[in-house]
Every structure is written in structure tokens, then in C-alpha cells.
Design a protein around this ligand. Sequence first.
Ligand SMILES: [Zn+2]
Length: 329
Amino acid sequence: MCSTSRLAPLMLIGLLAGCSAPSAQPAQTSRQQPAAAANPITVDSTEEQIRQAVGTARVGRKLTPKVWPNGARMAVCLSFDVDNELLQRANPLPVPLSVGEYGATTSLPRILELLDRHGVPATFFIPAMGVMLHPEMVPAIVARGRHEIGVHGWIHEFWPAIGDTAKEQRLLAQSIEYLTKATGKRPAGVRAPSSGFGPQTFDLIRKAGFLYDSSLLAADEPYEITSNGQPSGVIELPISEVGNDYVYYGETANGSLPSPDAVFEIYKAEFDLAFQERTMFILTQHPHVGGRRSRIVQLDRLITYMKSRKDVWFATMEQVATYVKQQRS
Ligand SMILES: [Zn+2]
């Protein structure tokens, strides 16, 4: 009891905001993001300055195809941000580290078994040093033969806080190189750690030659990113906070509410409308969060429900991005 009460404040300090939960960012960004990371919009800004301030990565052409493969009504992407211990960078003490370590030791095998049982693919975004810490993860994912692994930073660093374009570019390049060596395949996609896009980040992603990004939240369907008014050729497969386990179960939610049953109902409603709209549904899970027993039971239930609709295309994000890029007219 006594030791637990002493550790609690340390855990709170050590637990950084979650992976793809922008609303959970202020505590992190206030410490790390340089004040001059982006030009602020003020009452004195001109129309052109405002246009430029928002112009780095915008919604361009919508890319929901007229027809999905095999006559499916929609696409489903199951994505997992394998952050594990690297969310505890600021204060890497044993107890908060163990919360993340659970993601590798227990959740990931459980998730892979679940995906095997349903015969569906998934996309795993893994920080390079997460691969180093748990070298068993990548072979376990690759051995299934149907999953994808994408870039998720070097140490899950928050890119807007780097404040040095050359350094940010180097980190991105070495992350790509590390994953390429580990998986035997150059990653096609990237998801920014903690949804952190600095002013130069999109340009670096484009120059690195990624097929797609999955960090932005501007639509419920695939689109081409427009940068400073110009089509970029990079596909966005947008995420949402609603489809993210972290906002319900993560540290900022204190793991308290809503119940896994309620989360299932939210995901189901998101899927149902995507089915009606014939677009896509992207689920974003964090193994150390959503891979807990009570929660993965609901993920199992969700996949079972989605499969029951029959005409649904379960695909990796690379497969979806490749397809919509081919189909664009
Ligand atoms: Zn993450």
C-alpha cells in the first residue's frame, strides 16, 4: 500500500500522452514544443498569412473509389500503434515502463492470435527502437504473411518539438532504414508519433517517398494531401479520435470510463455509418492499452460483427492506399 501510494505520482509524471490522441497533447507539447514551431494566426494576420498558416497539409481530392475490390461496400483497416515503453521516455522508471512492456509480452501475441482466428490483416506502426527492445515482435508479425509494418518514429519522438529540420529528416531516414532491415521491406506508410506534425514534417514525408500517411484527421475517407495549394501525390488514410482506444482507456482517461461495452457500441456505430457511406473505417489501437483482457474481448466482438456484414474488404493500409491511388480518375 505504502509503496504504491509513493509510486502513483511518479507514474503520473512518467506517463506521457498517448499515441494518436491530439487532445491529450497539451501536457506534452507545453514542455516540448518550441514557441516558434509555427506562425500563429492572430487578429492582425492577413488573408494570405492565414491561408499559408493552415496550408501545409490539407484535404485535396477525395479518393473513395466507385467500387471497392471484390464488390465490397467499404474497406476496414485495423491499425495498431505499438508504442509500448516508449511512451515513458520522460521518466523511464520500472513501473510505468512495465505498463508499456505488457504491450509486447502479452498484448501483441494476443492480438496476432485474434487476427489469425479471423483471418484478417492489420497494419502495425512501430517505433524503430521499439523493434530493438522487443526483437521478437517483427518476426511474429511478418510470419503471418498478411500484415503490414509502418514507420512510427525512432523513439516515438514528438516531431514538432525537434525544431531542426535536418535532424527531423535524419530521424525519419534512420527509422525507415531500421524497419527496412528488420522487416525485409521498405515501409510504404507512416503515422506520426502522437500525431505530431511540425511545419516541415509533411514535406519530409513527401520527399521520403511514402505512398501514404495516416496521421491527419480531416475526413472519414481517403484523400490526396494538398500542400500549399498543390496536390502532393501522397495519400492520406485519416484516423479519428473516436476510433482510438487511447481516448477511452489511456492514461489521460485514467482507464475508468466508458466500459468496453460502451466502446464497442461507439466503434460499431462508426463502422455502420461507414458501411452506409461506402467509404472506410480505420480503427486505431495501442496494444498495451487495447490489448487488455476485457478490451480485446470487445475487439473480437467488433471484428466478428464487421465480418458478419459480408461485403467488407479487410485490408492493410498499404493495400487500401495502393488501390485508391490506382482508381483515382
Ligand atoms: Zn504512437
